[in-house]
Design a protein around this ligand. Structure first.
Ligand code: MN
Length: 202
């Protein structure tokens, strides 16, 4: 059975950028619902419980018809949100350093140009979806709760939830204000650790 992961910080820790009200709604209600619906779907296919979540998502297109959409939406939702909480930190923001910073500058010219391109893609997502920084430092988007794994891509280094449920309470319809605020809480240490681990696997 999948479980809702605990936050590694308080619900109010992201302060003025992401409010306690949003964190409570987003984590305790939305993420919990993905977990509950994923578990309910797998109860109808106990054979799939042996698979890792990664494995289920990578092979989602070959799952049986009666469980595929539920795993896609709720398994994707659980995977994406489990990472999303870790991609934010009360100690986040600023700029990355070390190898990650060097590689971003090499690809985008400077850090702000990377931020601008990621932000532009976040604002261009029509409806609900996510924006991702991939290990090759490309920026991609997915609709709904789809993950890069479903596209045959490696695990993302960084992702941003641009569903309205992620910001509506604080920012109403102003996604651009939410994205600008979010950069102040990005946990670059976690992004760097993901780059390091992916590099070491190669
Ligand atoms: Mn969300």
């Amino acid at each position: 059975m999948y479980e809702l992961p605990r936050l590694s910080y308080d619900y109010n820790a992201l302060g003025k950028y992401i409010s306690k009200d949003i964190m409570l709604l987003h984590h305790d209600k939305h993420h919990q619902a993905y977990v509950d619906k994923l578990n309910a779907a797998l109860d109808t296919h106990p054979d799939l419980k042996k698979e890792s979540l990664d494995g289920l998502l990578r092979s989602v297109n070959t799952l049986p018809d009666d469980v595929r959409i539920a795993v896609r939406n709720n398994g994707g939702g659980h995977y994406n949100h489990s990472l999303f909480w870790e991609w934010m930190s009360p100690d986040g923001g600023g700029e990355p350093s070390g190898k990650l910073a060097d590689q971003l500058v090499e690809k985008y010219g400077d850090f702000q140009s990377f931020v601008d391109e990621f932000t532009a893609k976040a604002l261009a997502v029509f409806g609900s979806g996510w924006v991702w920084l991939q290990p090759d430092l490309s920026i991609i988007t997915t609709p709904n709760q789809d993950t890069p794994l479903m596209l045959g891509q490696p695990e993302p280094l960084l992702g941003l939830d641009v569903w309205e449920h992620a910001y509506y309470l604080d920012y109403k319809n102003k996604r651009d204000d939410y994205v600008q605020a979010w950069w102040n809480v990005v946990n670059w240490n976690f992004v760097q650790s993901r780059l390091d681990s992916q590099t070491s696997v190669k």
